[in-house]
Structures are given as structure tokens and as C-alpha cells.
Design a binder for this molecule. Structure first.
Ligand code: SF4
Ligand code: SF4
Length: 115
């Protein structure tokens, strides 16, 4: 069998990579900063007003869940990992929010809620 070229190997590696490599820890940050397309549709909120906490977010302590998913909605990315694209300055360092630890996400989210 012929060896796969480096380029093909890279492509195969890319295909095997999960879409969102970091787990969702249910910190709720993404839904606090912006209402997702599904939420906009259900709530009848316009795209231009999406930068606000989603009223469909439900809390149990510091853990959050989407009311639509709790009600059985499918195809909303539940279980696919942390999908947020955000850079945060944490302890003086620019970090990818999705790659933060569960504890770091909780601390930053709770600080954000307290303002
Ligand atoms: S709580 Fe649900 S509907 Fe609202 S932004 Fe989050 S995922 Fe979307
Ligand atoms: S910011 Fe990431 S970890 Fe937090 S609830 Fe959203 S998807 Fe999950």
C-alpha cells in the first residue's frame, strides 16, 4: 500500500478533530453574552438585539442549562463541546475562553454576572 502524503495525513488528522475540542462545562457564559439563533427565533428577538443575556437560560447553582434543551429540543449542539469564540484577559494573559478549566469558567462567569 502506498504511504499517504504529509498533506493527506494532515487532512485526515483535521477530519478526526472534534469540532469543539473543549468540553462544555455549562458555565452559561455564552448565553449570557448573546442569544443564539434558536433563542432569537423562539423569543422573536431581532439579530441586532442579540447582545443580551438569554432569558431562556436556567440555573442550578453555578450550572446552567438551556430551557429549550431541557424541553427536549434537538440539534442545538448539546454535548458537542464549548462553542464560544472569545478571548479573555485572565490573570493578565489573553486566553481562549473555551480552553479554560471548568473552575476558571465558573469564576469568570460569576464575576460577569455580578458586574
Ligand atoms: S439559553 Fe438556549 S436559547 Fe438561550 S442562548 Fe443559550 S442555547 Fe440559545
Ligand atoms: S461558554 Fe462554553 S462551557 Fe460555557 S456554557 Fe457556553 S459552551 Fe458551555
Amino acid at each position: 500500500m502506498r504511504k499517504a502524503s504529509g498533506c493527506l495525513m494532515n487532512l485526515l488528522k483535521h477530519c478526526e478533530m472534534p469540532k469543539y475540542p473543549h468540553p462544555c462545562t455549562h458555565c452559561g457564559f455564552c448565553c449570557l453574552v448573546e442569544i443564539c439563533p434558536a433563542g432569537l427565533g423562539v423569543l422573536g428577538v431581532s439579530e441586532s438585539e442579540k447582545r443580551q443575556p438569554c432569558p431562556l437560560l436556567r440555573w442550578q447553582g453555578v450550572e446552567s442549562r438551556c430551557a429549550l434543551i431541557l424541553a427536549g429540543a434537538k440539534g442545538m449542539g448539546d454535548g458537542e463541546g464549548c462553542c464560544i469564540k472569545a478571548t479573555v484577559i485572565h490573570k493578565g494573559e489573553a486566553r481562549d475562553f473555551a480552553a479554560l478549566s471548568e473552575k476558571e469558567k465558573v469564576v469568570l462567569t460569576q464575576q460577569f454576572i455580578r458586574g
